[in-house]
Design a protein around this ligand. Structure first.
Ligand code: SMO
Length: 766
């Protein structure tokens, strides 16, 4: 690790301070809501307060007469103007093998609303306050329908069907592995551990609520949508299909994004409504989401129930694993909402263990709740939580040390490439070494002394462990364009910054490859007119997009070398490139890169290249948590949390540490605090920060993170493994396992997340 620098040259491996931060922490961020647009109008959305109903009537007259109101739209207006439902989600089958059917999702609901917060009308006015006033005058009559208010209700027999043609609310199903082989393994087992648990439903709660601004170009009729999105081209595609207009008539621009974590990766109804109104009224239109709206109208994360059984030999070696998972998709399916329980989670269901026999059945259920989607980890936290709870339980039941239990089951360091029962190929890993290092750093073996100290103050102390691996990726290709002008060099990338420091990381790669100082380099993202690419999610940016940056720099230098050879009348191979300058070997005749750009007819040197990394990376690690529980109140205080991670080659260790820290905090939220609760009538009970608890600074101890060196990824030129979600995947089970360890002597063997003081106290006083 070298000294942090902000100017001059940098390279892979530097803990370069984030170039983004100076601007972001001094109020110079360019978030969508910071941008004023001349003559803009404001939208206020009328949202359903019931979970399931026929919209019997809508009275818009009073709203239309309200001061400042310019227009009021309903589903009928959008339909009359050719707006389509959201693109259908395809490729899934129901439990009976028939193709999945799902109701059309409209930007503004038509006849039926299926969750609280669904939009039934949009009021456009000169000011935000006038739009809100107008919206308050919209009269909606709902004929209420029977409600399936939660996943738990949906999985029960005979609950009200909420999608036509889907009588059981079981909307899609997948099965993996070999049921027969698993049955045989269980028949031979010395011990079987069984576990039922729930993975609590979470709200993403990005620091920046969504704002959508659409500008209308009167001359061309072209619309520019500005918002925080993880994937401008994905959004453009969905928007153009839904609006029924060619992509060329739309442009999507993303500037700064105040946190996304998956929830800003897809098309939202608000995007469609704002773009629709802009064309209809030929004005700029803004929707600014309130925190309350974000609770009920962004996609939610997790929400799964699982039953798992682990068959072991007498020495603790796993013989077989059987899992049944029920995942919620909410009121309407999103691609991610289905893929998470049915495809992505299962990819790591056997985690970093050798599991000889494996069988998994996953079913997705509809309910009258907000749609589910991606949220940091998206399937991997659910699978790893299940596996690590099961590993700890099996170890305890068999009287095996939990560290030893893992060691007996790790995929061996000499077994790579290793093909899992899910047919995934792990390229590299040293799981045993990583765990041993985490045991050492966390002083696992010095626990007894700390436990005695806690006891002396009347507290119960526990230590917990988790080992984890992550599938990362999807959309395995990225394109970059490098463009040198006399002013400097710009790299255009279709991956997307959203606070994760990717610009800094790319600048390091560019500075190293091009041997140029940082002040001559910039990275441009988030504009469908200027970049190509598939955006940022699933920890894909660095190892796919960064690999594309590195290869793009090589392609660019190749082209520049040719141009320099012409300019210097020398053979390309006789040129030496150093410090941004080509020099003819053995002379001082040369030309600088930017100077060379200036000599070109259009004063530009530009190359475009595309890089394919066709396989995932497999970051992995181990975490140890220690907690103190106050038996009087049930309150848990996290005392320490240590992570040792294998992220392959580290491009910026400081940024990685920040990513892991943030992930750990989010994981603590799920473990101890957060739960989006719907009641039986489909009301979202705790949809405000008064009732939905996010982690705060004093919930967290000083976090310790370390990277395990020497396990580069074998399948991309950077040798990097994705890191964005890793901390979240690992910390949740470590914390819960620690709490269960603390309560073990009291006979508590199971608790559901979040481990609130009430739940802990009740378990201690049952
Ligand atoms: S949960 Mo992510 O942005 O794939």
């Amino acid at each position: 690790m070298t000294e942090a620098v902000t100017r001059g040259k940098s390279r892979a491996g530097d803990s370069l301070r984030r170039v983004e931060d100076d601007r972001l922490i001094t109020g110079k961020g360019k978030f969508t809501d910071n941008r004023a647009s001349a003559g803009e109008l404001h939208v206020h959305l009328v949202r359903s307060y019931v979970a399931h109903a026929r919209v019997a009537s809508l009275d818009l007259e009073a709203a239309r007469q309200s001061p400042g109101v310019v227009a009021v739209y309903t589903a009928a207006d959008l339909a009359a103007d050719g707006v389509n439902p959201f693109p259908a989600v395809k490729g899934f089958t129901r439990p009976d093998g028939e193709p999945m059917v799902h109701p059309d999702r409209h930007a503004i609901a038509g006849d039926v609303v299926r969750h609280v917060g669904e939009i039934v009308a949009a009021v456009v006015a000169e000011t935000q306050a006038q739009a809100a006033d107008g919206a308050s005058l919209v009269e909606v009559d709902y004929d209420e329908l029977p409600v399936t208010g939660s996943l738990e209700q949906a999985v029960e027999a005979n609950t009200p069907a909420i999608w036509e043609g889907c009588p059981s609310n079981a909307v899609a199903y997948k099965e993996f592995g070999d049921a027969e082989a698993v049955a045989q393994a269980f028949a031979q087992a010395a011990h079987v551990s069984k576990l039922d648990l729930r993975n609590n439903r979470l709200v993403g709660n990005a620091l920046e609520p969504r704002t959508v601004l659409c500008e209308y170009d009167a001359e061309t009729g072209r619309r520019t949508l500005r918002l925080g999105s993880q994937n401008v081209h994905g959004l453009l595609g969905g928007l153009s299909a839904t609006l029924g207009v060619p992509k060329e008539t739309l442009r999507v621009i993303v500037e700064d994004v105040g946190g996304a974590f998956g929830i800003k990766s897809g098309l939202y109804p608000e995007d469609v409504i704002v773009a629709y109104a802009a064309a209809k009224l030929k004005r700029s239109i803004r929707w600014r989401g309130t925190r309350s709206e974000e609770f009920v109208a962004t996609v939610h994360g997790r929400d799964q129930i699982s039953h798992a059984e682990l068959a072991c030999a007498a020495d603790g070696r796993v013989l077989g694993l059987r899992i049944e998972t029920q995942g919620s998709v909410g009121a309407y399916p999103t691609g991610a909402g289905l893929a998470i329980p049915l495809m992505i989670g299962p990819k790591v269901a056997t985690s970093l263990y050798h599991v000889p026999a494996f069988h998994l059945q996953a079913t997705a259920y509809a309910s009258n709740t907000a749609p589910l989607g991606a949220y940091r980890g998206a399937g991997r936290p659910e699978s790893i939580y299940l596996m690590e709870r099961l590993m700890d339980q099996a170890a305890r039941e068999m009287g095996i040390d939990p560290v030893e239990m893992r060691h007996r089951n790790f995929i061996a360091a000499d077994a790579f490439p290793y093909t899992t029962p899910m047919k995934e190929v792990y390229d590299s890993g040293k799981f045993g070494e990583v765990l041993d290092r985490c045991i050492e750093v966390s002083d696992w073996n010095g626990f007894a002394a700390r436990q005695a100290q806690s006891q002396a103050t009347g507290k119960l102390r526990g230590r917990g462990l988790s080992c984890y691996i992550e599938w990362t990726g999807a959309e395995w290709k990225e394109e970059v364009r490098l463009e040198a002008t006399p002013q400097g060099l710009t790299c255009y990338s279709g991956t997307q910054a959203m606070g994760q420091g990717i610009i800094t990381t790319y600048l390091q790669l560019l500075s190293e490859s091009l041997d140029l100082p940082l002040e001559q380099l910039q990275v441009l993202q988030g504009d469908t007119d200027r970049v190509q690419g598939m955006g940022s999610y699933a920890s894909r940016s660095l190892y796919i997009g960064g690999s594309a940056v590195k290869e793009g720099a090589e392609v660019f230098l190749e082209e520049a070398r040719k141009l320099a050879a012409e300019a210097l009348e020398a053979a390309p191979e006789d040129l030496i490139y150093q410090d941004g300058r080509f020099t003819v070997t053995g002379t001082d005749i040369g030309v600088g890169l930017l100077e060379l750009a200036e000599q070109q007819p259009d004063q530009t040197i530009s190359t475009t290249s595309s890089t394919r990394i066709p396989v995932p990376s497999w970051p992995n690690g181990a975490q140890v948590a220690e907690v103190e529980v106050d038996p009087e109140t049930g309150k848990i205080q996290l005392q320490s949390l240590v992570a040792v991670d294998d992220v392959g080659n580290a491009i910026n260790p400081m940024i990685i540490a920040g990513q892991v820290h943030g992930g750990m905090a989010q994981a603590l939220g799920q473990a101890l605090l957060e739960d989006a609760v719907y009641d039986e009538s489909g009301q979202f009970v705790n949809s405000t920060f008064l009732d939905y608890a996010l982690p705060r600074a004093d919930d967290l101890p000083s976090l310790q993170t370390e990277l395990h060196p020497g396990v580069p990824c074998e399948t991309n030129p950077l040798g990097a493994k994705g890191v964005g979600e890793l901390g979240t995947v690992g910390a949740t089970p470590a914390i819960v396992n620690a709490v269960l360890d603390a309560l073990r002597e009291q006979g508590v063997t199971h608790l559901e997340m979040p481990l609130t003081p009430q739940r802990v106290w009740a378990a201690l006083n049952h």
